[in-house]
Design a binder for this molecule. Structure first.
Ligand SMILES: [Fe+2]
Length: 305
């Protein structure tokens, strides 16, 4: 395999001359070590098959869920583009910087993400290095946040952005992934990476209501941290070509989608690698607290991010 580190960001490498579906254990080990070190691996023109994407992701751990579409193309082929459309709202929510599944009892370990249909412009995916952000924080802020904990909720993030789903149950709950009626996950603002032992900021759009802090002050602090953290050289945006795939470490990086003309079709495929309860479990959840498996996929197959 050929590896080129991204020079404009504090993380990330481009890997070529590799077939992700046929790598042997020695190549995988090399790739795993590179992933731990670089957090984001970009594989241009990988053209993963459906089974191949999940099988590759499974080498890094159990799956939180297998390959699912992130797309504005409905099951009937309709391209969803209107602002009040359910699919559009779900996709728009992803345009805020976030860490996947921090609103779940166990946050995700990582993801494999690939491009099948890309629009003519826009729609880059961005990542931001929360390890570097923590390391670059001024000492006063670092001390201020050292022992703080915040709640993480998809109700909060989608609601704040005006993107809550329309269809509710009679009691105001939803039968959608991430909108489970369970205790809201509580997480420290600083997370230690289970493999590297390095600390990073655990923030993003789902974080709200720091314990013991006035809500407005909490929102202001979290907004300031997010705004500051997600700036160059800690960010990288990938402009997709059909067939590209990436693998990222969700324990270190935030990510986001970026806007595009939603009258154009786009279809991405996302396989989410489950976190390890020993290091990714929320402070207020028990390892046995897993959501029931009866939640439905979004009507179009879109999942929460
Ligand atoms: Fe996401």
């Amino acid at each position: 395999m050929k590896v080129e580190h991204l020079t404009e960001a504090t993380f990330g490498s481009v890997v070529t001359d590799i077939d992700l579906e046929t790598i042997d254990d020695a190549e995988w080990r090399e790739l795993y070590d590179l992933w731990i070190e670089r957090a984001l691996l970009v594989f241009p023109g990988a053209f993963l098959s459906a089974e191949g994407q999940d099988a590759f992701a499974r080498r890094f751990g159990d799956l939180e869920f297998s390959r699912a579409a992130l797309s504005n193309i409905g099951k009937d082929g309709k391209v969803h583009h209107q602002n009040d459309d359910e699919v559009v709202k779900s996709l728009r929510g992803n345009e805020g910087w976030h860490i996947d599944s921090t609103y779940m009892p166990v946050q995700a370990k990582g993801a494999v993400f690939s491009a099948e249909i890309v629009p003519s412009s826009g729609a880059a995916t961005g990542w931001a290095d929360m390890r570097s952000a923590y390391e670059e924080l001024d000492s006063k802020t670092r001390e201020r946040i050292a022992d703080l904990e915040a709640y993480h909720s998809l109700y909060y993030s989608q609601g704040r952005a005006g993107n809550l789903p329309d269809e509710q149950n009679e009691d105001g709950t939803y039968n959608l992934y991430g909108y489970h009626d369970m205790e809201v996950s509580l997480r420290p603002l600083i997370k230690t990476h289970p493999i590297t032992g390095r600390p990073s900021l655990l923030i993003g759009r789902h974080a709200h209501d720091i314990v013991g802090m006035d809500p407005a002050e909490s929102e202001s602090l979290l907004d300031d941290l997010n705004d500051w953290a997600c700036q160059p050289p800690r960010t990288y945006h990938h402009q997709w070509d059909v067939g590209d795939a990436v693998l990222w470490d969700n324990r270190r990086l935030q990510h986001r989608g970026t806007p595009f003309d939603m009258t154009e079709p786009r279809r991405m495929w996302h396989t989410r690698i489950a976190g390890d309860p020993s290091s990714e479990l929320a402070l207020n959840h028990h390892p046995d607290t897993v959501p029931s498996d009866d939640v439905e996929r979004h009507p179009t197959g879109t999942w929460a991010c």
